[in-house]
Design a protein around this ligand. Structure first.
Ligand code: SAM
Length: 294
């Protein structure tokens, strides 16, 4: 059986920058395998608790198992953090001592071929964080019109968006594209690597995942909904893994600071040390930004 693990990124930095209160409820809006939640609980006294949220029911169940030892100090809720206000109301939480978003998907998602997230493992074109989500990567690839697919992957930084989209449409005319391996092979054929550091299909895969899970919309809504719930003097921390996401956080935090009532704790994003990147490749693109409510 595969041993799925996920090493929390910027662990020390999160604990040092997020904790301002030694009591109350913290929210881990992207619970995953519970790595950051465990670190926060270990750093906080008994009076403080963490509510962990994950959109993926499988992840929420795994974290529940892992965090059992913390007893009543941890609560777990399944849901989309875009609806964080409703989730907290349901859990009877009225105010927060801090909130963390560690965006994207966990190593478990990448490593499980059946979820269809990884271009390294063959699986169905799925990519849903929550398997109840009606939209899949299969629908986008096999049903969306040329303009929509081309625009999506171009916005996510793919230089060969037209070439790739033309090839997708041509291929699906003969037979639907079913698997991640088929899509990867098609991209390798029409947009082969020319010395770039990343695989030629990386940006298309990222674009599909972002669209399937409406990730940018969730992020904006999540930030907006959590703002009134934080107590004065407490903080929101967000870890991003690609520039589009980081730009949303940077601009939103700057707007909040300009509006008044918020102060940037990190003027520049906090990045992992060389040692962390050497021991956890997934950390290499991580950036943490933190803002405090005044
Ligand atoms: C990078 S992982 C978090 C890892 C976690 N910090 C840890 O140390 O184990 C991101 C997690 O957020 C979840 N997620 C992604 N989008 C979400 C959303 N809109 N609402 C709630 N959870 C979400 C994913 O299912 C995934 O488990």
């Amino acid at each position: 059986m595969t041993d799925y693990t996920h090493v929390p990124v910027l662990a020390e930095e999160v604990v040092n920058l997020l904790i301002t209160e030694k009591k109350g409820t913290y929210v881990d809006a992207t619970l995953g395998m519970g790595g950051h939640t465990s670190l926060l609980l270990a750093a906080l006294p008994e009076e403080a608790s963490v509510l962990g949220i994950d959109w993926d029911p499988e992840m929420a169940a795994m974290a529940a198992n892992k965090l059992e030892t913390f007893g009543a100090r941890v609560k777990i809720a399944q849901g989309n953090f875009a609806n964080i206000d409703e989730i907290l109301a349901r859990e009877g939480v009225r105010s927060l001592s801090g909130v963390l978003f560690d965006l994207g998907i966990s190593s478990l998602h990448f490593d499980k071929p059946s979820r269809g997230f990884s271009l390294k493992h063959n699986g169905p074109l799925d990519m849903r964080i929550n398997p109840d989500n009606p939209l899949t990567a299969y629908t986008i690839i096999n049903q969306w019109p040329y303009e929509q697919i081309e625009h999506l992957i171009r916005v996510c930084g793919e230089r060969h968006s037209r070439r790739i989209t033309r090839a997708v449409l041509e291929s699906r005319r003969a037979k639907p594209l079913e698997t991640t391996a088929e899509l990867t092979a098609l991209i390798e054929r029409v947009a082969p690597a020319r010395g770039e550091k990343i695989h030629p299909a990386t940006k298309t895969f990222l674009a599909l995942r972002v669209a399937v899970n409406y990730e940018f919309d969730n992020l904006t809504r999540g930030i907006q909904k959590v703002m009134p719930l934080l107590k004065p003097g407490t903080r929101m921390g967000i870890i991003t893994f690609h520039s589009l996401e980081d730009r949303i956080v940077k601009e939103t935090f700057r707007m909040m600071a300009n509006m008044g009532g918020w102060e940037l704790v990190t003027r520049k994003p906090v990045k992992p040390s060389e040692e962390e990147v050497a021991s956890n490749k997934r950390a290499r693109s991580a950036k943490l930004r933190v803002i405090e409510k005044l």
